[in-house]
Design a protein around this ligand. Structure first.
Ligand SMILES: Cc1cc2nc3c(=O)[nH]c(=O)nc-3n(C[C@H](O)[C@H](O)[C@H](O)COP(=O)(O)OP(=O)(O)OC[C@H]3O[C@@H](n4cnc5c(N)ncnc54)[C@H](O)[C@@H]3O)c2cc1C
Length: 441
């Protein structure tokens, strides 16, 4: 081995959201060298709530058991009872009309900021660089990728993984800046979200609608014409997370091109005019001034592939979906597990094949990742749009009929939740082996 060559690849992770952090912890656990570059001065996330689907919870354990340990400390307490998704007719009665069993002690929720804070502390400090906004990538003749940052600094890596979110710069660099697939588009849905102290929520809505008498996590979604509302407890039951999603026939236009705009409680209440009083009481819990969040996704112009040479995209950067099936972050976690697995396999193979194969092995690893993840993640983007149409009574075959709604929504959730993580990893290793065996010795 010549001076300066190490018998290990060095991976650059661009972006320290949930996908980037989990990938970093997966590589750390597997002894793969990496640097995580985040454009912000620190790891930051909103205080809003998030829940992790059962497939994501299983993947977290396999990626790195430490992630699971911290996760369990941060989620709302569960009490060994069966957890359900519950759908109410928000327009006519506010009564629960459909239920779907999730399992026992699963799909737990918490505050995003708590998870990001807790998990990022597990990453070795030497492996993180803040205030590093990626501008360009250059493929060098020696096979390495040169990373150029907005502050003028330059670094290098053997493989680059863009975990840089829905407006991914890495996606633009892979697909081209003029390619429509480099940009997300408006789903004609926007949302308001708020965390309300649980005491305040219980005083307004009662126990059944908030924490539930059986102490389950009591997630309730109120469906109706062109809108829905979801409530569930977070932060160990201290707060109720409220998400209002509203259909909007107009294009999203803001002067500064942002996906957020100033909104108000009055605007939210107008969307639920004529709805059942209990649902309007939930909207009344919102603060007077609110941020309005446009929901964008990658459905209209999907990325045709997730990698080129030694550069790949993962999480929202690859397949941003709306929030309606609660699985965007979960799919980023599955991506991270597959990536950590193939990149570890590169290091194992390097021991046998030597440095010459580094570039080809990295490319084979990212091709295997692409092949394993593309269909499932693209399916999620479309299924998420379909789910929102079901919640908003916009599906012509289903409308407001909860008898027809339940099987439709069940088949989508089951496809997400029942992912066999062990089988996914077995197939991933096989795929890498297949692609790797085609390389010259
Ligand atoms: C209202 C709402 C509710 C949701 N609820 C759920 C839920 O309950 N469960 C679930 O699984 N999913 C949920 N999702 C989806 C989930 O939030 C996302 O899928 C997930 O957060 C995406 O994580 P990410 O790390 O891929 O991207 P991001 O969180 O967007 O992180 C990208 C990171 O990259 C950094 N970055 C960007 N550009 C650069 C650059 N050029 N250089 C360096 N750094 C850069 C950013 O600063 C950021 O830190 C929800 C989404 C919404 C909108």
């Amino acid at each position: 081995m010549s001076l300066g060559e190490s018998n290990s690849i060095h991976v650059a992770i661009i972006g320290g959201g949930i996908t980037g952090i989990i990938l970093a912890l997966g590589l750390q656990k597997r002894g793969v060298n990496f640097t995580l570059y985040e454009r912000a001065p620190a790891f930051t996330e909103l205080g809003a709530g998030i829940g992790f689907s059962p497939n994501a919870e299983r993947a977290l354990k396999v990626i790195n058991p430490e992630i699971d340990r911290v996760y369990k400390q941060l989620v709302a307490p569960t009490h060994g009872v069966e957890e359900y998704f519950q759908w109410a007719d928000g327009y006519r009665t506010s009564e629960i009309e459909a239920k779907l069993l999730i399992g026992v002690d699963c799909f737990q929720g918490g505050r995003r900021s708590d998870f990001v804070d807790g998990w990022s502390k597990l990453i070795s400090k030497d492996s993180v660089k803040f205030n590093k906004e990626l501008s360009f990538l250059v493929h060098r003749d020696d096979g390495k990728v040169s990373l150029q940052f907005k502050d003028g600094s330059v670094d290098e890596a053997d493989a680059v993984i863009g975990c840089d979110g829905i407006h991914s710069r890495v996606r633009q660099l892979i697909l081209g800046e003029t390619n429509p697939a480099s940009y997300a588009s408006y789903t004609n849905k926007y949302c308001f979200r708020a965390l309300v102290p649980m005491e305040k929520a219980q005083a307004a809505l009662g126990t059944e609608q908030t924490t539930g008498s059986d102490k389950s996590l009591n997630r309730v979604m109120y469906n109706g014409p062109n809108a829905h509302i979801i409530t569930y407890p977070v932060a160990q039951g201290q707060f109720m997370n409220i998400l209002l999603v509203i259909s909007d026939p107009h294009p999203w236009k803001t002067e500064d091109g942002k996906h957020t705009a100033a909104g108000s409680k009055g605007e939210a209440l107008r969307a639920y005019e004529g709805w059942h009083p209990r649902v309007r009481a939930i909207a009344e819990l919102l603060p007077e001034e609110l941020q309005k969040w446009a929901i964008f996704d990658m459905c209209e112009n999907p990325a045709p592939y997730y990698y080129r040479d030694s550069v790949a995209i993962a999480g929202d950067a690859a397949h941003a979906a709306g929030p309606h099936l609660g699985s965007g972050a979960g799919f980023g976690i599955e991506d991270a597990l597959v990536l950590a697995t193939v990149l570890e396999a590169v290091n194992e193979k390097l021991d046998v094949q030597g440095q010459k194969a580094k570039v080809e092995l990295c490319q084979a690893a990212l091709a295997a990742y692409n092949n394993m993840r593309y269909d499932r993640t693209q399916w999620l983007v479309g299924a998420t749009r379909e789910a929102c149409a079901l919640f908003h009574w916009q599906d012509e075959n289903v409308g407001s009929d909860f008898g027809k709604f339940l099987p439709e929504i069940t088949k989508r959730f089951h496809k997400i939740w029942k992912q066999d993580i062990d089988e996914m990893l077995r197939e991933t290793r096989e795929e890498f082996k297949r692609l790797g065996s085609e390389l010259p010795n």
